[in-house]
Ligand binder design. Structure first.
Ligand SMILES: [Zn+2]
Length: 71
């Protein structure tokens, strides 16, 4: 598994732009899928054009799960 660092770049389809964009890994507050809360300061891929959240690296998902479980 590749471990991402803040500032790493990648390419992904941005749901906001609807096209292939460059993304940069940065720390973001990410809302849960079901909207019941958010997890603060996890590493996520952010669109370079519109700053929308594009994807969450696999390495960050255990943190989300742990945060949800503690509620
Ligand atoms: Zn975008």
């Amino acid at each position: 598994m590749k471990l991402y660092q803040p500032g790493d770049t990648s390419k992904a389809i941005c749901p906001h732009c609807g096209t292939l964009v460059s993304t940069t890994l940065a720390y973001r507050d990410v809302p849960f899928d079901d909207g019941t809360g958010m997890v603060r300061g996890i590493l996520a891929a952010v669109c370079d054009k519109c700053e929308a959240l594009v994807s969450i690296p696999v390495q960050s998902t255990p943190i989300i799960r742990r945060t949800r479980g503690s509620k």
